[in-house]
Design a binder for this molecule. Structure first.
Ligand code: DX5
Ligand code: ZN
Length: 237
């Protein structure tokens, strides 16, 4: 069966992480990934406290906002969490995920994100259990599973994430079958053209790709070749 004949049950969302972009040309870079078919801009916020690296904040989010129409998917790797939420919402974020162990009151933080008009999600590290989802299912728009330890781009995909994805997919399916709202299942770290197929087959529907997109051989040529390869491999899974 060819790709065009195969029914697409779940839309695939590709979210290039600008962590691997050229920060000196960020406006141009986000326009290029949008033109290449990106569904979201993945925006990695690191604070040199929750993770051992320091990146970008609301001012940079606000600066790139006018350059693209696609949503900005803000991944907060910060502790504490809450004070940054209004700032990112004001800066144009569409979706905000945070690491639940970095928030004192996870339910309250999720509500805070929604109160500011953004979609909300939790991000779980490789060793963080899925149980964090259980009592906040009805407040989640996304669950992000880290497939590397957070802090740096360009790391290798941790294979045990595949089982965790299958488990998370089952929990989401049970929730939606019982009438719950849809929840995106995002995977973040080490996603490449040669493993995105198995990752999609394990249940992910939203794929962060940093070094795979911005380090592509055709970088500067619009990133469209790598984006097509990623999407095709994910859909064929
Ligand atoms: C890691 C970040 C990721 C990272 C992904 O802490 O959350 O978004 O930039 O980069 P790659 O795709 O290169 O692993
Ligand atoms: Zn991320």
């Amino acid at each position: 069966m060819s790709t065009s004949e195969k029914p697409i049950l779940n839309p695939i969302l590709i979210a290039p992480s600008i962590l691997s972009a050229d920060f000196a040309r960020l406006g141009e870079e986000v326009r290029a990934i949008e033109a290449a078919g990106a569904d979201l801009v993945h925006f990695d916020v690191m604070d040199n406290h929750y993770v051992p690296n320091l990146t970008i904040g609301p001012l940079v989010c606000e600066a790139i906002r006018p350059h693209v129409k696609i949503g900005i998917d803000v991944h907060l790797m910060v502790e504490p969490v809450d004070a940054l939420i209004p700032l990112f919402a004001k800066a144009g974020a569409n979706l905000i995920t945070f690491h639940p162990e970095a928030s004192r009151h996870v339910d309250r933080t999720l509500q805070l994100i929604r109160d500011h008009g953004c979609k909300a999600g939790i991000a779980l590290n490789p060793a963080t259990p899925l149980g964090w989802m259980d009592h906040v299912m009805d407040r989640l728009d996304m669950v992000l599973l880290m497939s590397v330890n957070p802090g740096f781009g360009g790391q290798k995909f941790i294979p045990s994430t595949l089982d965790k994805l299958r488990d998370a997919r089952r929990r989401i399916a049970t929730h939606t079958a019982a009438g719950g709202q849809p929840i995106l299942l995002e995977v973040d770290g080490g996603v490449k053209t040669d493993n995105i197929g198995v990752i999609a087959a394990a249940g992910a529907d939203t794929f962060v790709a940093g070094s795979a997109v911005f380090g592509a051989p055709d970088a500067g040529g619009g990133y469209s070749t790598v984006m097509q390869l990623l999407r095709r491999a994910a859909i064929q899974a």
